[in-house]
Ligand binder design. Structure first.
Ligand code: NDP
Length: 312
């Protein structure tokens, strides 16, 4: 037996087509959703992410603008920019690409975003609404994982879910989303003893850790659904061969780019045991951007309806 591959790329494409249709419908009402992305400093990975978010906006007909600020930007200057974006009617979503440089007070910055424009779902108001299971702008990566499970018709209710990782961006909100869908959820982290034993109880196992190929077969119950959130760069040829065997595609990617992307799940160890497995790349990653687009349109619908009824 080998795990069925959960094709995040195909589902992300489906979601983006739906968003594009919704953008077209809003255009008939004279509304064009708009996203402002803020990038501070020179982090190359952040630059790639922001560029691909802006490009996806263009593809779907969403207005976008990019604010690139120098590494030396102060918290105050960033707060000032956010206040200006909060006040602009044509901006529905404000995205502050993380991580911010260390001298910037990230919490103050994220708390300054208007919750109605908080398309990353990081503002305490949206976090609180998620905890209470009320409609909210929800963090994109966990929301994408839920879409992946639901659209693949993988049952959640009554299942045992184990989420490894408790970050505010992935692990914690995902655990809440699974809980609200009636899974029995265990959250694990770096201080969890007997991690493999707990993970092996999972019908749905999520790895959001940031440790290359840490999750091996001994963590996985036969037939489990395994969701690999990790994105790790591997640059060493011997390691690539250890992980993938003589995989020509991986090796040629390594030769041309200098790295290959590997998740937190050991692909060749887990694939023979799991029932379903998300690949890296092409699993959770594409869904994150698709959900950002979906959130931007959702924010536009909600906020502009509220603005109109307030001014009517
Ligand atoms: P964080 O570093 O914020 O959190 C990692 C979590 O993993 C922490 O809760 C940490 O525990 C836990 N952890 C670390 N080491 C271990 C260990 N040895 N055993 C058990 N738990 C451990 O990462 P993120 O949540 O932001 O991201 C996780 C991964 O997902 C990264 O690889 C990231 O690149 C990727 N990612 C992918 C996205 C996508 O679109 N596909 C989007 C966002 C992230 P503790 O709290 O105790 O420190």
């Amino acid at each position: 037996m080998t795990a069925q591959r959960l094709d995040g790329l195909a589902i992300a494409q489906q979601i983006k087509s739906e968003v594009a249709r919704e953008v077209a419908a809003l255009a008939e009402r004279g509304i064009r959703p708009g996203l402002a992305a803020i990038l501070v400093g020179m982090n190359p990975a952040s630059r790639v992410y922001v560029n691909s978010k802006v490009k996806t906006c263009e593809e779907l007909g969403i207005y976008s603008e990019k604010h690139e600020l120098p590494e030396t930007t102060t918290t105050e200057a960033l707060l000032h920019l956010i206040a200006r974006l909060n006040a602009r009617e044509e901006i529905d979503g404000i995205l502050v690409q993380l991580p911010l440089p260390r001298h910037i007070d990230t919490s103050r910055v994220l708390d300054a975003v208007d919750p109605a424009k908080d398309v990353d779902g990081f503002h305490p108001v949206n976090v609180g609404r998620l905890v209470r299971n009320q409609e909210a702008l929800e963090p994109c990566t966990p929301a994408g994982i839920i879409e992946l499970l639901e659209r693949t018709r993988i049952p959640i209710e009554g299942q045992r879910a184990v989420v490894i990782g408790r970050s505010d961006i992935v692990g914690k909100p995902l655990a809440l989303m699974l809980l609200h869908r009636h899974a029995t959820v265990t959250i694990c982290h770096s201080r969890t003893p007997q991690l493999a034993e707990i993970a092996r109880q999972a019908d749905i196992l999520v790895a959001a850790i940031g440790r290359t190929a840490m999750i091996t077969a001994e963590y996985v119950k036969p037939g489990a659904v395994v969701i690999d959130v990790g994105i790790n760069k591997v640059t060493d040829r011997a390691e690539v061969e250890r992980l993938f065997g003589p995989d020509e595609k991986r090796l040629s990617e390594l030769a041309s780019k200098g790295y290959t992307l590997v998740g937190d799940v050991h692909p060749t160890s887990v694939a023979p045991i799991a029932g379903y497995l998300t690949p890296v790349p092409g699993g959770v990653g594409p869904l994150t951007i698709a959900m950002l687009m979906k959130n931007t349109v959702k924010a536009a619908r909600w906020r502009r309806a509220a603005v109109r009824s307030a001014t009517a």
